[in-house]
Design a protein around this ligand. Sequence first.
Ligand SMILES: [Zn+2]
Ligand SMILES: [Zn+2]
Length: 105
Amino acid sequence: MSLIFYSNKVEDSVWFQRRPRRVSQSDPSAPKYPCSNCQSVFSRKHNLQYHLKFECGQMPRFNCPYCTYRTRHSSNVRAHVRKIHPGLQVYVVDIAKCCKTEFIS
Ligand SMILES: [Zn+2]
Ligand SMILES: [Zn+2]
């Protein structure tokens, strides 16, 4: 009897931890650090700073011109195009430059 109750409890705690955007109601007085660029909310300032630095503020800016592949390094896109889209022109879409394309032969 008590075994079943125990396993339910474990699943609950995992469920909460897998949803970083939903701040748990366990501590409503905890300070919240919402990201100003997206919907994410963090309970620790450090997590917000990490998010801004590596996730939100550092969006992968180099896009494959032929599919949705995106990466932080233009060389990755060139390697990707050669491998996934053989025969097509190899160039990189730099979304940080307002959709201008960067031609690399
Ligand atoms: Zn964000
Ligand atoms: Zn592609």
